[in-house]
Design a protein around this ligand. Structure first.
Ligand SMILES: NC(=O)c1ccc[n+]([C@@H]2O[C@H](COP(=O)([O-])OP(=O)(O)OC[C@H]3O[C@@H](n4cnc5c(N)ncnc54)[C@H](O)[C@@H]3O)[C@@H](O)[C@H]2O)c1
Length: 351
């Protein structure tokens, strides 16, 4: 159990985020009792009606369909009618769609009010709630509309994960494996050697994994919250992943699992230094956590989305590849080479 305060180096509001991991509920009660707080709660959480009994609550239907302009308008008007003032704090309780949506509302209402998050999925605890990015989807692609505004606090309680569907929990493991691939050989070994207890949510294993991921992400984000430099490495697997998530309705974790496998194959093909053995290791680890490692669709529909990704540059796409496990590298691939390389990488994945 620990509390950490992460202070951001760049100018951003607020300047810091407190992260509380596995603390008793009365600490949270004290944290939110200091001001008027409105909880935005995922309506699929077990016992959601009993949570936070002494506070105002709105219930949300979580999922990508939450992150729209229409819902932004509906919830903004509802919240404004609840006698909010600048001192009001919004607390999003749910998975990444709820924290993204709550963060966005908090950033725009009254030109910015305080926000807290209680992430309830593994994906949200190790990734989505951390780092200040929030937003909604556009018709063109996911997450194109939003802000970077840090939450005041993030309350991480791994007990919430007990009610998560296994498939959703394993989806979050894709982001955990991402941190291992780009930053942490030790985490990689832990995930390989202790897969069963981690999959079965052994409390101390899980706490170690979550705490390690929070540290990795926050260390990067506090140096580069606006993603001008090193934060880009967190997109390992996401360039291709986001494109196929959009076209083929994969879940986020499934899509980035395939994206990471593809990035590993691309690394090998481009001779970054990674070995065949390391690529196999990544692939085996993803499979161990029941994540997909093959891509059995056509690529023709993927190109449009890929080239419209918000991270695209004029004549190339920057891919996060690996020189080795724990050693990411940004490689700019010119547009005219991308299709051929991807087709080849997909062939290698599917063999
Ligand atoms: N802002 C960021 O930096 C960032 C990073 C990664 C992902 N994301 C976003 O996160 C979203 C995906 O997050 P997610 O997978 O948590 O999705 P989600 O919020 O849709 O949650 C997945 C499902 O789990 C249910 N659920 C949530 N908590 C539960 C619990 N404790 N018990 C039982 N069911 C529960 C939800 O109702 C939902 O049906 C995407 O929109 C993605 O773009 C944001």
């Amino acid at each position: 159990m620990h509390k950490q305060v992460w202070v951001f180096q760049e100018s951003i509001h607020p300047k810091s985020t407190q992260i509380w991991l596995n603390h008793p509920q009365n600490v949270l009660d004290r944290l939110v009792a200091k001001q008027q707080t409105i909880f935005l709660v995922d309506d699929k959480l077990p016992n959601c009606k009993e949570l936070f009994p002494n506070h105002q609550k709105l219930y949300l239907a979580a999922g990508e369909s939450l992150k729209t302009w229409e819902n932004t308008q509906i919830y903004a008007e509802k919240l404004l009618s609840m006698l909010m003032d600048r001192g009001t704090m919004l607390v999003g309780v749910g998975g990444g769609t709820v924290t993204d949506f709550t963060g966005f509302l908090g950033a725009i209402l009254l030109r910015g009010i305080k926000v807290g998050f209680i992430p309830t999925t593994l994906l949200a605890q190790v990734d989505a709630s951390l780092g200040g990015k929030n937003g909604i989807n556009s018709a063109m692609a996911k997450n194109l509309i939003g802000t970077i505004t840090a939450p005041h606090f993030i309350w991480v309680d791994q007990n919430y994960l007990k009610s998560q569907a296994t498939v959703d929990y394993l989806d979050g493991m894709a982001e955990v494996i991402k941190y291992a691939c780009i930053l942490d050989e030790h985490l990689m070994q832990l995930l390989e050697q202790r897969a069963d207890p981690i999959i079965n949510q052994d409390a101390s294993m899980l706490s170690e994994v979550i705490s390690c991921c929070i540290e990795h992400k926050m260390k990067i984000v506090q140096e580069d919250i606006k993603e001008k430099g090193n934060r880009k490495i967190l997109n390992f697997g996401h360039t291709f992943g986001h494109a196929i998530e959009r076209v083929y309705q994969y879940t986020h974790g499934q899509a980035i699992s395939i994206g990471m496998r593809l990035a590993a194959e691309l690394s090998l093909m481009l001779g970054t230094g990674i070995t065949n053995e390391q690529v196999q290791r990544i692939s085996n680890l993803l499979a161990k956590y029941q994540l997909p490692i093959r891509f059995n669709h056509g690529l023709s529909e993927v190109w449009d989305v890929l080239f419209y990704d918000k991270k695209k540059e004029a004549d190339h796409i920057a891919f996060i590849l690996l020189e080795a496990i724990g050693k990411p590298v940004i490689i700019k691939i010119p547009h005219e080479q991308i299709q051929r390389l991807m087709e080849e990488a997909v062939k290698r994945m599917n063999n």
